[in-house]
Design a protein around this ligand. Sequence first.
Ligand code: NAD
Ligand code: MG
Length: 396
Amino acid sequence: MRSVSLLGATGSIGSSTLDVIRRHKDEFKLHAIAACKSVDKTVGIIKEFKPQRVALFDEESAVKLKEILKEKNLYTEVLAGAEGVEEIAGDGASDIVVDAIVGAAGLKPVLAAVKTGCVIALANKEALVMSGKIFFEQVKKYDAKVLPVDSEHSAIFQCLPYEAQENLGYCNLKAANVNKILLTGSGGPFRELPLDKLKDVTAAQAIAHPVWSMGPKISVDSATMMNKGLEFIEARYLFNATDEDVQVVIHPQSVIHSMVSYKDGAVLAQLGNPDMRTPIAVALGFPERIASGVEPIDFTKVGTLTFTSPDFNRYPCLKLAMQASKSGQAATTALNAANEVAVAAFLKEQIAYLDIAKVVDGVLQKIETAELTEIEQVLELDSKARTIAQKIIGEL
Ligand code: NAD
Ligand code: MG
């Protein structure tokens, strides 16, 4: 029996993770959950899985949750605020901590989990984009183990040899005779929209992803391909890769979830239906394969698979992310913060779709890109970049 703590339990990845755990109740026990403020969903999870502890970031929601649990005679301990979420993540009582919080909010909790030396199943790519180098230093120091949940990184992971899988953050791609990592992306809902129409794209259109069903922020990121940019940076850290080692390929059908090309000309790919329960099951079960509830692909129904290079005129956010990756951790932290602020403003219809890239670019031009060595410096820059982003939005 392995015990699991699930951060971001009420979200899209959270629900898929619960569904995998539900299928393996004799193998996994949910020790603790954390979420932002969805009280009703949290009550539902507590009723079904009876975790020992829960933390809600939003203090008022935590008070409400406490009252409801008392009425229902449910004895889960309730914690509140950012400290509560960190306490849940770092209490050391779990073998596996799944970080499925969205955005920078997932960083401090996951670092608290790393300190317990557990297995980290990482969906929260923003944490790595902000702190990759420092994060993996901590992973080494506390002998934690990272397993990717992001579908592309799970695919790459599955196509790498065991020594590399066992050593994420420090693996040696050259020694494994890897020629290139091919990071695939669907290109989002506006892949074929005439470029002059992009300015009119609405939030509702952007969150209706053609293939994957996901939370609102990552859906917008998929439309702009900032998601692929963040994943480019994520791949560099996870697989200890250079910018040149990773190539982004547009593959609209999302049948192949990414590939690894080897020196001998062989290219290994991982294929499957677009359902996050597969990469979640890979991370929870590793090194074993466990059932996820996902049907295998019916290849007689797949049709044609196509591949193209991304057009940076259509996806300026991808270009900005790749440039930030070259520049270093300060730039990637600022990029992530600016993007979070810009996407939130776009979802609230305060800025237009094309403004997202403008805000990110504006912030990147204004920050200093000195090397960050401490997590406090990362958080300080994150906050500074957010302030600059808000200012740019105000001036648009
Ligand atoms: P979502 O918006 O559906 O869920 C986010 C979760 O985080 C919710 O449970 C929310 O309550 C919680 N949360 C937000 N702020 C919090 C805070 N301050 N403290 C504690 N909990 C907080 O998002 P999602 O689509 O599930 O994505 C989660 C993460 O996984 C993101 O980093 C995303 O990039 C990554 N990811 C998602 C998918 C996908 O298919 N949805 C695929 C790959 C990677
Ligand atoms: Mg992904």
